[in-house]
Design a protein around this ligand. Sequence first.
Ligand SMILES: NC(=O)c1ccc[n+]([C@@H]2O[C@H](COP(=O)([O-])OP(=O)(O)OC[C@H]3O[C@@H](n4cnc5c(N)ncnc54)[C@H](O)[C@@H]3O)[C@@H](O)[C@H]2O)c1
Length: 304
Amino acid sequence: MKQDEIRRVLIIGAGTMGQQIAWQCAAHGCDVVLYDVAAPALENALRQLNDYAAELSAQGFLTTDQCEAARRRITTTTDPRTAAQEIDLISESVPEDPKLKGKVFAQFNALCPPRTIFTTNTSTLVPPQFARASGRPDRLLALHFHPPVWAHNIVDVMPHKGTDPEVTACVLDFARRIGQMPIHLKRENHSYVFNTMFSPVNREALTLAANGVASIEEIDRAWMGIMEMSIGPFGLMDLVGLDTVWHISHYWARRVFFMRQLKKNADFLKSYVDRGWLGVKSGHGFYSYPNPVFQRPDFIRSNQ
Ligand SMILES: NC(=O)c1ccc[n+]([C@@H]2O[C@H](COP(=O)([O-])OP(=O)(O)OC[C@H]3O[C@@H](n4cnc5c(N)ncnc54)[C@H](O)[C@@H]3O)[C@@H](O)[C@H]2O)c1
């Protein structure tokens, strides 16, 4: 299959990432089916898609006509059979759990045409953890986006040993076609490229907060002031979604037994998730949204 034969894309999971990937593909001319097990997730996704359209046309990135055309290309469904029809490529964004991802790919392996390419947006897992369960390991690889997808247009493309090189080449071309700059990994690596570099920063930021060394604002302030960044680790975790960050921290805390601090950090995150404070998506996380305090000019610049 050639990249220009990828016309119809199925996004599985309509949460933070599924919505954004759906938008990116539709804005670049693909027909997109957005599938989720939860109808409210699809309703929320449709509201978000309208917000993206309004935001991107207000910022002059796309015209109103282009936004409307993109919106018309996206359909939603909770029915897996409808979702799978005539699909060329799947982008999976369900929660970070290898068993769940394997189950979802197995389900769609039975429903999709043989040509369909399966990609996963997992943040820290690797394709072999669910390649066999997918039923088509040779057509499975990771295509990992960074939010906001249209702004941080870097995508990791990570095949595993069993991926057909022609499938990888096709996905690399497809990534370019949807306005992304692909980073091609030569071997499997949990957390890919950027996240491998940034995860230790997140982990140490959480350690500082969980151990009561400094407040969340002070930790972000130090990072933003010195690195001249507009957002710190806690602001970024709010953007990702604290439930997703907790899933990842909890998963690794159970595997890296010698690091008790990882469990402490996961418990610290859980205390937010249990209160429904999930970050930007719920309006409250480490900060309150909209207009979080870290975006105020005086957050890192003294008036003196
Ligand atoms: N949030 C980020 O910034 C980010 C960035 C890159 C990668 N990722 C990865 O993307 C994946 C999704 O993360 P997210 O933040 O979008 O999660 P999310 O919790 O916002 O959304 C997950 C969605 O999957 C749906 N879902 C659950 N089980 C399902 C099933 N069996 N079939 C179909 N849909 C199902 C849920 O209803 C929910 O709408 C994870 O693997 C995560 O590690 C997240």
